[in-house]
Design a protein around this ligand. Sequence first.
Ligand SMILES: Cc1cc2nc3c(=O)[nH]c(=O)nc-3n(C[C@H](O)[C@H](O)[C@H](O)COP(=O)(O)OP(=O)(O)OC[C@H]3O[C@@H](n4cnc5c(N)ncnc54)[C@H](O)[C@@H]3O)c2cc1C
Length: 396
Amino acid sequence: MPPVDSRASGAGQWRPDVLVIGAGVMGMWAALMAARAGHTVLVAERHRVGAGASGGLLGALMPHLPDRWNAKKQFQLEALTSLEGELAELEAATGLSAGYRRSGRVIPLAGPQQHLRALQHSRDAAAAWSVAGRTFSYEVSDRAPASGWPAAEATTHGLVFDSLAARISPRGLLNLLRAALEAMPQVRIAESADVARLDPEGRTARLADGTEIAFGHVVVSGGVAGFNLLEALEPIRLPRPLGVAVKGQAALFRAEIDPGVPILFDNGIYVVPHDGGYCAVGSTSEDAFGDATATDGLLDDVVERACRLAPVLREASLVERWAGLRPKPIGRDPVAGLHPDFPAVAVLGGGFKISFGIAHELARAVIGQIDGGSAGELPPSFAVGAHLEAARRDFA
Ligand SMILES: Cc1cc2nc3c(=O)[nH]c(=O)nc-3n(C[C@H](O)[C@H](O)[C@H](O)COP(=O)(O)OP(=O)(O)OC[C@H]3O[C@@H](n4cnc5c(N)ncnc54)[C@H](O)[C@@H]3O)c2cc1C
């Protein structure tokens, strides 16, 4: 079924089992998991698929450090490893590519202290980075994986090669998910469908154009704006916001770079080779900003630092500059699960900088909870109640 505009589709005359708000990486996986579980699904997206942070350029799938192991790190490890099987299945079914590759990551070491710490992390990884019979490494080395990758000046104190990191094309993934969803008769994607208000007890949503949608359950996966929808359900104004927006800027180049070489990561700068002769560079992290979608001199600085790390980029041609808003929840952990006060409402979001590696497993767990499953599949710090509690806590 082709994507439909909310008015054209008569979105209000059809009661989906699951209404998904937002067609970013979270909402699209939620729709897929819900449809696979046998539900009818309506995805309501105020602009278009990938209009938010998920429509960006970078697509780095970066593991947490292997030290101080905890439930959140274990969840991410398992998600990073299960993703490739999910993608292989979807790619086989649709004939499309998500641009996924477990290409690893290189991190130049800044000095002797970092070198020592990396050796410890290498031992930590040997203990922690094993899942489903596979083991990944965090190796300290003094040899770059390819000439000039990274620049020799960056590796005076050695480097780390981590074999767990991977990359994906953010837009490729969304296209893949969209194609998979459009092939399912029980799913509709309504673009230009802006959910203005939720009535969680009446189980209805009102669109900005006045259309009313009744639902069985709703999954709020509206990225940064999703926090506002949830805050509006509170009887009194929350003392702290449930989440905030952190602006990020990135750039895409066409470059003569082997798509198999690892991601470079140095002090917040990512250089991510992609298929088809593309290489993404990012990103800024801006808590204060004016225009959320404008790029500026901060991106120029990021690009300059990326060129120092990977001098081949100086010969590359710029294809696109892009900016968007990352949803960062209170407490920083993702927020996923049923709302403690409204059983018809589920929440999925707040992956901040790691959404692409975990969204499928968060979505599976959230739909599982809608179907009566336990919340125990997710780390307790991801629970909606944990986030609400932190936001409801007064400053006093
Ligand atoms: C520069 C930059 C680089 C990044 N790099 C990486 C990276 O390398 N790896 C990684 O994993 N993550 C990265 N991220 C973070 C990642 O992009 C986000 O965490 C992720 O895309 C968030 O997905 P989401 O589905 O929660 O939100 P979004 O992608 O923002 O989707 C939310 C959607 O909901 C829609 N919406 C909102 N409100 C409503 C409403 N009321 N009604 C209907 N629709 C609504 C929006 O239009 C939007 O399409 C990066 C982010 C930025 C900005």
